[in-house]
Design a protein around this ligand. Structure first.
Ligand code: PGA
Length: 253
């Protein structure tokens, strides 16, 4: 089902006590929201997942991981499997983030494997896509995003695809303070929905939540979320302060 979603990607930030404080502050903020119009997902670093799943029992957020192994289990030192995430009660996991693509060799084929592991464990993948600046300057952003989505996701059947959340994150906008304009976001989100429609039909396309990410903050969220094909955001920097994150959560009309 298509729904509004605001997911916070903490990346590699916060020590344990700070994480605890952030979640507590966020719980206070969520408590004060009368009419919550979005599903809220926190994606903390692995060591804080259990803290967050425990606290989520008393609040209005779900929990996701920032990454998962493409392998099922075994001799993969340092890796975390989808089954481990499932055993902690997680519902979501980010895959294909541009930072993992850039620094950890995460190709579309690897993303496809991770998605399969997650789906086998009933975890919804939040699959990131997006072009780098040189690709946008060369007007190749649509080709790049089409390739990322088709290579990592179009091996799924329609039922499996129904569990996917897409996050469009133009790499030039991540952590740079340079947000895509609402027009640029809407244009790409509509394009993404159109290729999903080509592959799986109108119903699946209409039901897919497509989030925007890249310097989305308390000031620009409302304008971005007002677009018909923007169903929320994947928030990095602005998810590290409870009040800022809460303002983004209430940015839906
Ligand atoms: P940002 O990061 O909001 O700090 O730009 C978004 C992301 O990378 O998910």
């Amino acid at each position: 089902m298509r729904r509004n979603i605001v997911a916070g990607n903490w990346k590699m930030n916060k020590r344990f006590e700070e994480a605890n404080e952030l979640v507590n502050d966020l719980m206070d903020c969520l408590e004060k929201i009368d009419d919550l119009k979005a599903e809220v997902i926190l994606c903390p670093p692995f060591p804080y997942l259990e803290l967050c799943t425990d606290m989520s029992q008393e609040s209005y957020f779900a929990v996701g991981a920032q990454d998962v192994s493409e392998h099922e289990s075994g001799a993969y030192t340092g890796e975390i499997s989808a089954s481990m995430l499932e055993s902690l009660g997680l519902d979501y996991c980010i895959v294909g983030h541009s930072e993992r693509r850039a620094y950890h060799h995460e190709t579309n084929a690897v993303v496809a494997n991770k998605v399969k592991q997650l789906l086998a464990n009933k975890i919804s993948p939040i699959v990131c896509c997006g072009e780098v600046l040189s690709e946008r300057e060369a007007d190749k952003q649509f080709d790049v995003v089409r390739e990322q989505i088709s290579e990592s996701l179009f091996g799924l059947n329609a039922e499996e695809f129904g569990k996917i959340i897409i996050a469009y994150e133009p790499v030039w906008a991540i952590g740079t303070g340079k947000t895509a304009t609402p027009e640029q976001a809407q244009e790409m989100h509509a394009f993404i929905r159109s290729i999903i429609k080509e592959q799986y039909g109108a119903e699946v396309a209409d039901n897919t939540s497509i989030l925007y990410g890249g310097s989305c903050n308390a000031k620009n969220a409302e304008e971005l979320f007002a677009n018909p094909d923007v169903d929320g955001g994947l928030i990095g920097g602005a998810s590290l302060k409870a009040e800022d994150f809460a303002k983004i959560i209430i940015s839906f009309k």
